[in-house]
Design a protein. Structure first.
Length: 290
């Protein structure tokens, strides 16, 4: 667990990164969060009239499909620590004509919400990155009504691959570049914070049971990421978690990495078609144990 000061610094950096990226987030010719969010909603299976909470909702890749399924008799609340993300999600809900959605700026680690006020909590690539995610899971168990469910996604972590990215990126991004990241994102810290309970399904199940859940189901499936080109992927990566790396790289290292990635990704294209990358994703569902 990080100290309060370290956790606050981490959240400040993440908030600033995603506020800066909100206008272009997931909109630069790359498909990943949208198909992953839809699949998570399929597995979570929200029903008509249910009350749904989406933790770290971003632009609504999970929130909006869930809101559509629960219908006008249900309610969907999306929370995100980045106020610019909340503003953009509101515009996207309006564009899609979805009216049963509420959006609030909120720290997902410490949700200020009434106990037992939701039937389903969702978190796609969000819950697991909270500084003390295991403690936060217990708070979400408290927010769920009896028989309520949680469903979230995670990367499939392995110790021999570059954190958060598909395996093909491991030889393309030198690990020494991570020295430029804030300390919270160094590999050894990520291993302590994430791999320690997410890498082995048994550890993940134990963490959820300790947090107050039962009937844990873990499914690893690939999501097909598509990018119009190598350049499109690199530009898109500036709007995601990798933005933190780009922001801290010196100019020379940044330019070299950009060229290396574009060249390697364009080599995957067939006849000028898109870049196709299978991304291993872990889908987790569980039911509150009461």
């Amino acid at each position: 667990m990080e100290t309060a000061t370290a956790a606050d610094t981490y959240k400040t950096k993440v908030t600033a990164a995603f506020n800066g990226a909100a206008a272009a987030y997931d909109r630069l010719g790359v498909e990943f969060f949208t198909p992953m969010g839809r699949r998570l909603v399929e597995l979570a299976a929200p029903g008509p009239g249910e009350r749904v909470l989406d933790i770290g909702c971003g632009l609504g890749a999970t929130l909006l499909p869930a809101a559509d399924l629960i219908g006008p008799g249900g309610s969907a609340l999306g929370i995100d620590i980045a106020d610019a993300m909340i503003e953009e999600a509101g515009r996207e809900a309006e564009r899609q004509g979805i009216t049963n959605v509420e959006l609030r700026v909120m720290d997902g680690e410490h949700p200020d919400l009434p106990a037992r006020s939701f039937d389903l909590a969702l978190g796609s690539y969000s819950v697991i990155f909270l500084p003390d995610a295991r403690a936060a899971l217990a708070r979400y168990a408290d927010l769920l009504a009896d028989g309520g469910r949680i469903a979230f996604t995670s990367p499939v972590f392995t110790r021999d691959t570059f954190p958060f990215l598909p395996p093909l990126f491991t030889p393309l991004i030198p690990f020494e570049l991570l020295q430029y990241l804030p300390e919270s994102w160094h590999p050894e810290q990520l291993h302590r914070q994430l791999h320690s309970w997410l890498e082995d399904p048994r550890d993940l199940t134990a963490a959820l049971e300790k947090a107050g859940f039962t009937e844990v189901e873990i499914t690893d499936e690939p999501v097909l990421m598509t990018a119009e080109s190598g350049e499109a992927w690199v530009n898109w990566s500036h709007t995601q978690g990798m933005r933190l790396l780009w922001q801290h790289l010196p100019e020379e290292e940044s330019a070299a990495l950009r060229e290396r990635l574009i060249t390697a990704l364009d080599a995957l294209r067939a006849d000028g078609g898109p870049v196709l990358i299978e991304v291993p994703v872990r889908y987790v569902t569980a039911t509150v144990a009461r």
